[in-house]
Design a protein around this ligand. Sequence first.
Ligand SMILES: [Zn+2]
Length: 140
Amino acid sequence: MFTEPSQSVGKSCLHCKDALRGRSDKKFCNDSCRSAYNNMRYADYNSHVRKVNQRLRNNHKVLQQLLDDQSERLVNESAMISAGFQFQFYTHVHLHPDGALFKVVYDSCYTALERSMYYIARRMPEHLTVGSSKSTHPLM
Ligand SMILES: [Zn+2]
């Protein structure tokens, strides 16, 4: 017997799991199964992106709160944690020309120092020092 090569064998709809008939590249019974499947995938993706965005925005807010009206300061890790900061959420990393690796949350940044202290700043600093010129603390 001649078998139609475009007939699928044993494939099922990605949405409802019914057996598929017809072209071998078919993935869904019909358009409503296709759109239901894609809506579910998209909803999943959206909810994940939304959660990550919320955490990033919250981290950004915490940095602004801790900075108050300062452009930079040193802060204890425990103060950041109790303010709700989540260290694993940042938008990118930046290797400062002076050698420190900064984690950046949108435009603000932080980097770990010794003894559970963190340097935080509203913007990436040009030079890695904190404080007035009289009492400057090098970060490195
Ligand atoms: Zn289906």
